[in-house]
Design a protein around this ligand. Structure first.
Ligand SMILES: *Cc1c(COP(=O)(O)O)cnc(C)c1O
Length: 426
């Protein structure tokens, strides 16, 4: 049975053993060498010239431990190869900066991770044109495409508003236009969604979130799904236009991105992330189920003006989520009716940790406007539909009843419940 035929969790817990680890180890070892030596100088030369494949040279470009993690992510994303980075932003920056150049046009969802949004500003300063679009509308994305458009970038479930792009329709547009389709799968993770199924060319994951899963390691990855025809992409350097064109894009990302920009993942962190990934599907199923319960509870609460969660029937992209995602993830947000109660509600909560970060085993909670979207400014917040009273929750693995009781006592205690007009059923 090939690894692609096995179930998701079977394949990931067996991956190292199947690949063959010395001494019958069930994990790839943590390789700490920063350089790798050769008996014969011809082999050393061969590694530099790309003639000797699969060998390691200097750890900035990878080690056996990071390579094992890359092959596991490739398998989960059903791709043809992966390059890992020290953070998710390292991966996002490498994709933009190695594949785009001045005069190119990038179409991006207007609902992207705050630091990605900030990076788009840097791209503009470098002479790359950036158009932000409403990604839930196929027509809006189609309208934004120009002759110099090279890439369309979206996230699966936007943080914090949970908007979901028209993922399959954008895939078709990109295919017809011969444009790269880059999907940031961080919030859904490969346990809930395979971007390859909607025609994505490259898939980005922040390994610091769901994949690592325990708030204990930073990492990022870029996976090539094998769909895009790199032989037609103008921005591939001549030195990477050799051999099978399937690998040209990733080769350029590894050399120009990882090697030259240096956001390299350490073996220790790669190992930590690989262990975390073994329980990925179990964690995501549990946290998604609890998030669904919490969303239903908050929706009925009179102190809450709106709940943003794709598992709720009234969510504008409920159908897309139902059709394409195995569940709706651990990310939800809600708007308090009375912004004045926000500090008291958050301080009254005992279980959720008041912290930034996502996809941890612990529930994390943060008021959005005064923190992660503060630097973006009021105008951007309005464009991204971030209300002043918006609270983001990253649901962890705690028992659902404990979490619901905690929210109940916190909302009641501070009187966020005091709107008599709201008609509730419970
Ligand atoms: C966190 C995050 C990133 C960046 O990942 P880091 O590992 O924190 O650098 C990118 N995209 C999304 C959607 C994220 O949530």
């Amino acid at each position: 049975m090939s690894q692609y035929e096995m179930g998701f969790t079977t394949s990931i817990v067996q991956a190292d053993r199947i690949a063959g680890v010395p001494h019958g180890g069930v994990h790839q070892a943590i390789h700490t060498s920063t350089q790798f030596g050769f008996e014969k100088v011809e082999d050393l030369i061969g590694v530099f010239q790309g003639a000797v494949k699969g060998s390691f040279n200097y750890a900035r470009q990878g080690t056996p431990t990071t390579a094992a993690l890359e092959s596991k992510i490739t398998q989960l994303e059903r791709g043809c190869g992966t390059v890992c980075f020290s953070t998710g932003m390292g991966a996002v920056a490498a994709v933009f900066l190695t594949l785009l150049k001045a005069g190119d046009h990038l179409v991006s969802s207007r609902y992207v991770f705050g630091n990605t949004n900030s990076l788009l500003g840097t791209l503009r300063d470098l002479g790359i044109e950036v158009t932000l679009v409403e990604p839930t509308s196929q027509a809006a994305v189609a309208f934004a495409l120009r002759p110099n458009t090279r890439m369309v970038f979206v996230e699966t479930i936007a943080n914090p508003g949970t908007q979901i792009p028209d993922l399959p329709a954008i895939g078709e547009l990109c295919r017809d236009a011969g444009v790269l389709y880059v999907v940031d799968n961080t919030v859904t993770s490969p346990a809930l969604f395979t971007p390859r199924n909607v025609g994505a060319s490259l898939v980005i994951n922040s390994l610091s979130k769901t994949l690592g899963g325990h708030g204990a390691a930073l990492g990022g990855s870029v996976t090539d799904t094998g769909i895009f025809d790199w032989s037609r992409y103008p921005n591939i350097f001549n030195s990477y236009r050799r051999g099978d064109s399937t690998y040209w894009g990733l080769q350029q990302i590894r050399k120009k991105g990882l090697r030259d920009m240096g956001a390299s993942l350490s073996s220790q962190q790669a190992h930590q992330i690989a262990i975390g990934m073994e329980t990925l599907a179990l964690r995501v199923q549990r946290s998604s189920a609890t998030a669904m319960e919490l969303a239903r509870y908050l929706r009925e609460h009179p102190g809450v003006a709106a709940v943003h969660y794709p598992g709720l029937e009234e969510h504008p992209q409920f159908e897309t989520a139902r059709q394409w995602f195995g569940a709706c993830s651990w990310l939800l947000s809600f708007d308090l009716r009375d912004v004045g109660t926000m500090t008291s509600v958050l301080n009254a909560l005992k279980i959720p940790i008041k912290a930034t970060g996502l996809g941890d085993t612990r529930t994390l909670i943060i008021p959005v406007a005064p923190t992660i979207f503060w630097e973006a400014g009021a105008e951007t917040r309005r464009d991204m539909r971030i209300a002043d009273g918006m609270i983001r929750v990253s649901v962890g693995l705690e028992d659902a009843t404990d979490l619901l009781e905690d929210f109940e006592q916190a909302l009641t205690k501070v009187g966020a419940i005091s709107n008599p007009k709201r008609n509730t059923s419970c």
